[in-house]
Structures are given as C-alpha cells and as structure tokens.
Design a protein around this ligand. Sequence first.
Ligand code: UGA
Ligand code: MN
Length: 243
Amino acid sequence: RMIYYVTPTYPRPEQVPELTRLAHTLMHVPRLHWIVADDQPICSELVGNILKRTRLPFTHISSPKPFIYKSSNFPRGVANRRAALDWLHENVSEGVLYFGDDDNTVDLRLFDEIRNTEKVSMFPVGLIGDYGVSSPVVKDGKVVGFYDSWPGARSFPVDMAGFAVNVAMLREGATMPFVAGHEEDGFLRSLAVELADIQPLAKNCTKILVWHTKTVKHKKPTVKVDLDKLKNTGRYHNLASLL
Ligand code: UGA
Ligand code: MN
C-alpha cells in the first residue's frame, strides 16, 4: 500500500530548512507519495525545487488561507489540507493518508506501522501540551479513551500527527473545519469514525514515534540588509526567503 503524506506549508524563513529536514526523512520511506499543499495563491518554486530533488512521487498543490484569518489563533493549514483531501478524493482509491506538518519529527518505524491501517489508526505524539504527550488510552488492545492536556470538548482529542486514515474512508462529506483546535476532531467526525474503528499502533500506544517539534522563529535582522549587494556576491540563492 501507498502512504500519502500530506504536508501543509507556508512561506517563512524556517520553511526551507524544515522541508529539507522532512524531505531527508521521507526519502528513506518506500512507497510514499508526498502531497505538499502550499498556503499560497500559486505553488512556490522554492518548495517545488526541494520536492523535485527528493525523487519521490509527489503532488504540489496550492490553496491559500481565506483572507479573514489574520489573528494569532487562526486555524492553520486548513484550506491547503482541504485541497489535498479533494485531490485524494479525485485521484486515489486506495492507500493510507497521514497528515505530517512540515515541522514534525518522525521515526521511520512509524511508516511501517501506519501502512496497514484498516480504517483509522492512532498512536502517541510527543511534545504536546502540558502533559508532554497526547495519546489514546488502550485497554485489552482497544482504544477506550484519550490522554491529552486539552480535552476541549472534543470526541477525539488527538493531534494531527496522531492518526492515519485509510483512503477508502474519505467519503463525500470528508472535510476539515476552519476552527482552531478542532481541525483533527472535526475531520475525524466528518468520517463518522467510531471508537471501535480505531486501531492502536506503536505497541498499544506505549511508544512515541512522532514528535510535535517546533522551531524557534528566526528574528528579523535589526540592521538594514542591502539585498542587491548580497545578491551580487552570488552566494545566496534564496535570499528573499531568509529575510
Ligand atoms: C498544531 C498541529 O500540529 C497542526 O496540525 C494544527 O493544524 C495546528 O496545531 C492547529 O491546530 O492550528 P502547530 O505546531 O501549532 O500545529 O502549528 P504550525 O506548525 O505552525 O502549523 C501547522 C501546519 O500548518 C504546518 O505544516 C504549517 O506549515 C502549516 N501552516 C501554518 C500553514 O499552512 N499556514 C499557516 O499560516 C500556518
Ligand atoms: Mn508545528
């Protein structure tokens, strides 16, 4: 089975390093198709160049966030993940979908685990919230609840990187809501997932194989940088993305 790894991404100084690191992980994974969904009106060339160099099968699509989302607590990566869902719905009938943000850290063993997802599989994610981990609670091999520091009135209090879904589950109404903090729950509910459908992975959810790592934001230089002068040195090929 093919794994469809869906990564929303947006332009900022950390984008190229994050995607480079992620690319170098994904290049080790057999039968993986990388869907990179750009939060931009058109696909970024910088991102496209990274994708081409991986030699992985990939799809590069773009769908920018609606203009109304300017506040600090807006739902991140929803328009672009929705575009990826549409693409999957139209082009793929079998395989496994996994949402992997551009800044997460993934152990290669996770791919072996999620490849056999029957309906929905779940597993712990490290470095989440106040408990340091978000995980399904497993009893006698079945998921009976969730351990997460922010239940938030959610049926499925899980992180985006904490589940994989069989593509066959993507029915007509499958979507992700533009509601910060409820993207995962809303998506899983749109698939009509039930607790009994969930396959616990990672040794009954006792192993952490993916982490919600965050990169410290690069501080804008306080000195005025003469871009043209730097360009003339010919040494920096993606200056605009650095500043
Ligand atoms: C966490 C979860 O890991 C996300 O999957 C979830 O969408 C997000 O919370 C949320 O609930 O809003 P977090 O680390 O807080 O993610 O957020 P980011 O890493 O900044 O963004 C998540 C993903 O969306 C990343 O792949 C990022 O590149 C992308 N993104 C972010 C956009 O496409 N556009 C943006 O404006 C911001
Ligand atoms: Mn993140």
